[in-house]
Design a protein around this ligand. Sequence first.
Ligand code: UD9
Length: 368
Amino acid sequence: MPHRVLIAAGTRPECLKLASVVRALRAQEGLQTLLLNSGQHQAMVERTFAQLGLACDLAPGQISAASLSHALSALRAQIRQAAKAHGADLVVSQGDTSTAYAAALAARDLGLPLAHVEAGLRTSHPYRPFPEELFRRRIAPIARLHFAPTQQAAANLRGEGVADERIHRVGNSVIDLLREEVERREPTPLPFLPATREHIALTLHRRENYGRGLDLVCAAVLELLQQHAELGLVCPVHPNPAVGSRIRRHLAGHARIALVEPLDYRLFIALLARARLAITDSGGIQEEAPYLGTPVLVVRENTERPESVALGAATLVPLKPERIVAEADRLLRAAPPARLAFAPESPYGDGRSGERIAATIARFLQNP
Ligand SMILES: CC(=O)N[C@@H]1[C@@H](OP(=O)(O)OP(=O)(O)OC[C@H]2O[C@@H](n3ccc(=O)[nH]c3=O)[C@H](O)[C@@H]2O)O[C@H](CO)[C@@H](O)[C@@H]1O
């Protein structure tokens, strides 16, 4: 009987960060993989995997997101049910989403080992950003295999008492996809780019920036465009209506701003690679941009990716329009950062972590 590995994905970044892991697990002999669309953002997961040529094996249905705790318990029940019905031997979850935490709880409910991809990321605050920091800190004591993307992440886990032999430093799997994209070397047309010499890529979606945070960032980018006549801006607007309506209210109708639907991964990477600057509250973009030589202004109070800050590739800025404008201005005047190589010594690795993760899971299942 092959060992069965259930992989839970619920949001776009999980799909992107699990894609190489799924492919490598499917290539392992003696393993059967069950890719589960958890139902957190069902349509987005289906679409994101489809762009990458992947399809889910199980899709129990969209859950209602009336509240965070309701979503968690619905996801936990769906994942537990799927793992039980299909005889899973191990559960894989990624990162810090509701799905990631619900999958950890479901694995614990059933007494199954959990493999956590992108383990050990921490800010210095126990629950900020909320809920992500809380979720990752709660996943750690449940996980059996911790796939730490960086040296710092591995050290964070050791500092919390996780045994060394359970920590596997493998690089960040989002770099696997990025490496493939960069190595493809095919030009991707971006028909929505404003007709300006340079442009900024803007993405916003973090819960702590809902409302006033979005207002402040939008005010800052309008001021920045006012001061730089050669600059345009492209913003893929997040599907969450709490985010989208606010961004549209501030930024729609400006001649040098293109507000577009969420972009397919390939298009987004082409946009990021050609951007003079990224302004974002995203986590993944802080990892990708240093490999593309695009500086990032992170509009958050803290980051779990100190590596990008230490490199000078990312700058944290408080949510004050004058500070955002000043820091953006500084980055626009400075030379862009050197691109990181897809090499083991780069902080997020060489873009081959999926293979390492799959091989470690296969070894573990043969000899738990
Ligand atoms: C607190 C925190 O930092 N939490 C993170 C959060 O993810 P995030 O903040 O990185 O999420 P997003 O910004 O939504 O996604 C980013 C990805 O999406 C691509 N992209 C973007 C716009 C677009 O139009 N089309 C695209 O394809 C882009 O290239 C990139 O790869 O959850 C993850 C999962 O557990 C964790 O890893 C993670 O720590």
